[in-house]
Design a protein around this ligand. Structure first.
Ligand code: PMV
Length: 338
């Protein structure tokens, strides 16, 4: 019996991946940071036998057969890296440290944890020591695009861009050694405006970009924003960072609204919260910005040293706009040596 334990964080993209080409390759490069407290955990056991591979999947200790087709598909797509687990019994037990449908991307962390776990169990059975982060990120990508940015830590770029040598459409790469210390301790407070499931899956959202009337424009904008963001992160420039962050959040939603069919993913409280954030920032001159995923919830981003002034503002003016006043206080995770 072989056994491994792995975990992977969720991430939030500042420049968004929205639209695919080929086999799960991005239309443009995206850049995100991983989160500290929002983690998927996975324990995998493998019992050897010559029988056809059998998978048992448990989520939070409960059997969840509805997830099996996704896992089987994942294993099939990655079979060239999983040659030691073609038979026997695989027992997978997974859990998240954060609530489901809270605006935190669980597909990114869970697919990244699955990729790390399956890669490790395969290595352990074969007695192989090497850990290749590019292969693991590539495996995760085939489960969920954004998961390619969750197998590593901190600032991770996924997608080929002229702005960064070694960048690839196939896997994410950490760029932490290029990041100014101003961006090493960002706070990410998630305003949970709605707890329910998303009204449109990201799979459908990506597909809608194929024939989107603004596809060319979006590509240009994403390429411009990657360049701007990398430069702001290097310089420690929070003002430029803010410009990119908010333009990307609004574009993602505008692209969804102008798709055919169109989807409005913000809630009225999302817009009310954004107005309050802008007003608070203008009157207090606090470096504070926000981004959105493909849903109504807001990721409020600010440097750690601003927490003293931002937290009372969240409690008084933003939490009342959230479902059950729910706010999740998370922050960036950076590799230990940083
Ligand atoms: O990884 P997917 O297919 O769930 O797509 C993620 C898309 C966004 O979360 C909206 C943006 C991103 O880059 O994470």
């Amino acid at each position: 019996m072989n056994k491994v334990y792995q975990e992977a964080p969720s991430n939030i993209a500042i420049v968004k991946y929205w639209g695919k080409k080929g086999i799960q390759e991005p239309m443009n490069a995206s850049l995100s940071f991983t989160m500290s407290k929002s983690i998927s955990k996975i324990e995998i056991q493998h019992a050897h036998s010559e029988e056809e591979l059998k998978i048992d999947f448990l989520f939070d200790g409960q059997k969840k057969d509805s997830f099996l087709p996704k896992i089987q598909d994942f294993i099939k797509r990655n079979e060239k890296h999983l040659s030691n687990i073609t038979s026997g019994i695989l027992k997978i037990n997974s859990s998240n440290t954060f609530p489901h449908s809270s605006g935190i991307a669980s597909s990114a962390s869970s697919m990244a944890a699955l990729a790390k776990g399956l890669y490790s169990i395969n290595q352990s059975i074969g007695n192989e020591q090497e850990y290749n982060p590019q292969v693991v990120s590539e495996m995760a990508r085939l489960g969920s695009g954004s998961a390619s940015r969750s197998t590593q830590t901190g600032w991770v770029l996924w997608g080929k861009t002229d702005e960064l040598q070694g960048s690839s459409d196939h896997y994410g790469i950490e760029i932490n050694n290029q990041i100014h210390e101003n961006f090493h301790s960002l706070q990410d407070s998630i305003l949970v405006i709605r707890k329910g499931a998303k009204s449109v899956s990201s799979t459908v959202g990506h597909q809608l970009m194929d024939n989107h009337p603004f596809k060319e424009g979006r590509l240009k904008q994403a390429n411009k924003n990657i360049k701007k963001l990398i430069s702001a992160l290097k310089q420690g420039d929070f003002k430029i960072f803010t410009e990119v962050c908010e333009e990307e959040a609004m574009s993602l939603h505008a692209l969804m609204m102008s798709s055919s069919p169109g989807y409005t993913l913000m809630a009225p409280e999302t817009l009310r919260a954004i107005k309050r954030i802008n007003k608070f920032r203008d009157s207090n001159h606090v470096p504070l910005t926000y981004t959105l995923d493909a849903g109504p919830n807001i990721h409020l981003i600010y440097p750690k040293e601003q927490s003293k002034i931002v937290h009372p503002f969240i409690k008084e003016h933003l939490a009342p706009l959230c479902e059950d006043e729910s706010v999740i206080y998370d922050e960036i995770s950076m590799p230990l040596q940083q």
